[in-house]
Ligand binder design. Structure first.
Ligand SMILES: [Zn+2]
Length: 460
């Protein structure tokens, strides 16, 4: 079995915090500013007001607005339940007591939300509320979590994550002013804390992270150092920054510029696996043991740099060694309204025979029978064909073709044209040597970048 597409479901419990009352008005209708006459209203950076949209772009970031007004009966019910069955919060062994006029923890859709400011300031963190953007930013040491009221898209550092229950402003029963409530597990774990939930006693326990010392901060300045297996890649990447002016990037020729229309499109690059999910393993138990995740990340970082040098608008699903589930990856791309999704993998099989390169795409049509080209202006099949051609040109690997694979989850959960690239087999001795060879990652990335730039310029 290919190991790339194992599905992991993650369970997140969330909590909320608060900030003094952003949206309250005199009649206590505390979300009128966000929801006006049943229409979603949001003020973006340019102070434009959008009505009735599911989402708006603000400063280049996608904000997806959750219909909190529609959730109000559910929130009211939760408030009632909390009076009888309160959730207690223990921070570093000490219980946090909540006054009557502020929100105490509340469970909504099985996620625990806690008042942001009270809890995370008690932890020693910093909580900043941006009234205009309806954002709450929680920092602790070098770690940062950013949530937007009503938005399912949140950020842990520079990584977008999907919430199933968004931050919201909730007032205690009988009170006019609310607190900004945010998911406790998502936020606390994003800051490096440990969170446990005791179901029987309804107690959430948070243990603060240890602040990194000064040396640690320096070593992690670029965010992806200090991870097993990436030291060489980083060195190469850092060296590569210097030769952009020479028409080379990371020692590879700079590629043609994207045309203006193509440069407007958003390409999401997905480095396969990561964190506790190593992906396929080559040379298992030998000194050459190699994890798929240690190939996909540097390749994706190179790919990002090659594409950006050609003017592309690129977002990376992960830039560090963290685990993100496949459904989350697809949902992030959907929330960002990407135009193209490219997932980077290397292959494996349970026998050493299969070898070569293959690219998967999904010839997707929507419920009205509209094709990818009609909806997005570009076809995943065309992108896959060009990538496969460039992979064979680069590596002279066995041609396993480009394949319509509607059963692959990451392809069928993404709304936009999507491809999965499988460069070669970790389980095949010949391919394994290729994958271990010098510059494999940057050559892989360059081949994919050539094909993407060609595809985008042809399509837009
Ligand atoms: Zn994989």
């Amino acid at each position: 079995m290919r190991k790339c597409f194992l599905i992991f479901m993650s369970i997140m419990i969330m909590a909320l915090m608060m900030s003094p009352v952003a949206f309250a008005n005199e009649d206590g209708n505390h979300m009128n500013e966000l929801y006006d006459n049943d229409e979603v209203v949001y003020y973006d950076d340019a102070a434009e007001v959008h009505h009735g949209e599911d989402s708006v772009r603000t400063g280049g970031e996608m904000v997806v607005l959750h219909d909190i007004e529609a959730m109000q009966p559910e929130i009211d019910e939760a408030l009632e339940i909390m009076e009888e069955y309160p959730v207690r919060l223990i921070l570093n062994g000490e219980e946090i007591l909540f006054e009557n006029d502020v929100m105490s923890p509340i469970i909504i859709q099985e996620r625990t939300l806690i008042p942001a400011r009270i809890v995370f300031e008690a932890m020693g963190g910093n909580v900043v509320w941006n009234e205009e953007r309806k954002e709450v930013e929680v920092t602790f040491g070098e770690s940062k979590v950013l949530l937007t009221v009503g938005s399912n898209l949140a950020w842990v550092g520079d990584t977008a994550r999907v919430l199933d229950v968004p931050a919201m402003i909730v007032a205690p029963r009988g009170e006019i002013y609310g607190n900004t409530m945010i998911p406790v597990r998502f936020t606390a774990e994003g800051l490096g804390s440990t969170v446990t939930w005791n179901e029987d006693d309804r107690i959430v326990s948070i243990t603060s992270p240890t602040l990194p010392d000064i040396d640690y901060g320096d070593e992690n300045a670029n965010g992806y150092e200090n991870l097993n297996g990436y030291e060489n890649a980083n060195e190469e990447i850092n060296n590569g920054q210097n030769d952009i002016n020479a028409g080379m990037i990371h020692g590879m020729p700079q590629l043609p510029m994207l045309n203006a229309a193509a440069a407007q499109r958003l390409i999401v690059i997905d480095p396969g696996h990561g964190g506790s999910d190593p992906g396929a393993i080559g040379g298992r138990g030998t000194p050459q043991e190699l994890f798929e995740k240690d190939i996909t990340l540097p390749t994706s970082l190179y790919l990002r740099d090659f594409l950006r040098a050609s003017g592309a608008n690129v977002y990376l699903i992960r830039e560090t060694d963290i685990r993100i589930t496949n459904p989350e990856r697809a949902e992030i791309a959907n929330l960002l309204e990407a135009d193209l999704f490219v997932s980077i993998h290397v292959n494996a099989w349970h026998t050493p025979i299969p070898n070569g390169s293959e690219v998967h795409f999904y010839r997707q049509v929507d419920e009205y029978g509209r094709t990818e080209g009609e909806l997005f202006g570009i076809y995943s099949e065309d992108v896959a064909e060009r990538i496969q051609r460039e992979m064979l040109r680069e590596f002279n690997t066995f041609d396993r073709g480009f394949r319509n694979s509607p059963g692959l989850m990451i392809l069928n959960r993404t709304n936009m044209p999507s491809v999965i690239v499988e460069a070669a087999f970790l389980s095949n001795p010949y391919d394994f040597q290729l994958i271990r060879s010098a510059n494999f990652e940057r050559r892989y990335a360059h081949a994919v970048a050539r094909a993407l730039i060609e595809s985008m310029n042809a399509a837009f």
